[in-house]
Design a protein. Structure first.
Length: 221
């Protein structure tokens, strides 16, 4: 279990990396730094909204690093912080994302780590197929995800996602299956930023189906 100063060290190192990115002697177009905000308001009475924000820096080479912070009122702890880094190569028409992340929360400090690989490939008429595989090397918790994205109309999008998670040592009764459907409308601002508003429906093999209103905003610095 990490102590407070261990968490601070990770956070400080990541922030320093992000702060130094624009100072690297390279053309301005060689770097991109993005900020992201999201809020989801569950439709179920009594459930509190979930807030998430993040910042990410990405080099022209495909290397990236970032942080996210989120409130999680439905868990034992109230806040989560994720530090992550990785690379985004392209091969044979597939865009890939290979990353490592470390999560912290306000109860136990360092919580868990994840090695993740995902890929996506455009199909036809704005449709995209994405696959994702991740593993927590400490607990052998394995996650898989398959998502299909469809551009129904201009700026209108439909995402259908199937997720599973299980411990590789015991993939039987503890398997969690999650189905997610997200219908959204994207608004492009004059400065290139975008706001996405949508309704998310989710169902699992362990709980009743839920719905939530989602609003997100993303922009480059």
């Amino acid at each position: 279990m990490a102590r407070g100063h261990d968490i601070a060290r990770y956070l400080a190192a990541g922030l320093m990396l992000l702060a130094l990115l624009p100072a690297v002697p390279a053309a301005a177009d060689d770097w991109a730094i993005r900020k992201y905000y999201n809020v989801q308001r569950p439709a179920t009475p009594g459930l509190e909204p979930v807030f998430r924000s993040g910042i990410e820096g990405e080099a022209w080479t495909g290397f990236f690093s970032g942080f996210t912070a989120a409130t999680v009122p439905f868990r034992d702890h109230n806040t989560e912080f994720d530090f992550y880094f990785g690379i985004r190569p392209s091969l044979l028409g597939f865009d890939m994302d290979i990353s490592y992340s470390q999560r912290f929360n306000d109860i136990s400090g360092s919580c868990c780590s994840t090695v993740e690989f995902d890929f996506d490939r455009p199909l036809w008429r704005g449709a995209t197929l994405e696959g994702k595989f991740s593993l927590d090397p400490d607990t052998n918790l394995t996650r898989t995800e398959t998502r299909a994205t469809f551009q129904v109309f201009e700026n209108y999008q439909l995402d259908s996602t199937l997720k599973t998670s299980f411990h590789a040592d015991n993939p039987g009764d503890d398997t969690l299956v999650n189905y997610n459907l997200f219908a959204s409308r994207n608004f492009i601002h004059d400065d290139g930023a975008n706001t996405r508003i949508g309704i998310r429906f989710a169902d699992t093999n362990r709980a009743a189906a839920t719905a939530a209103l989602s609003v997100s905003y993303q922009a480059d610095f």
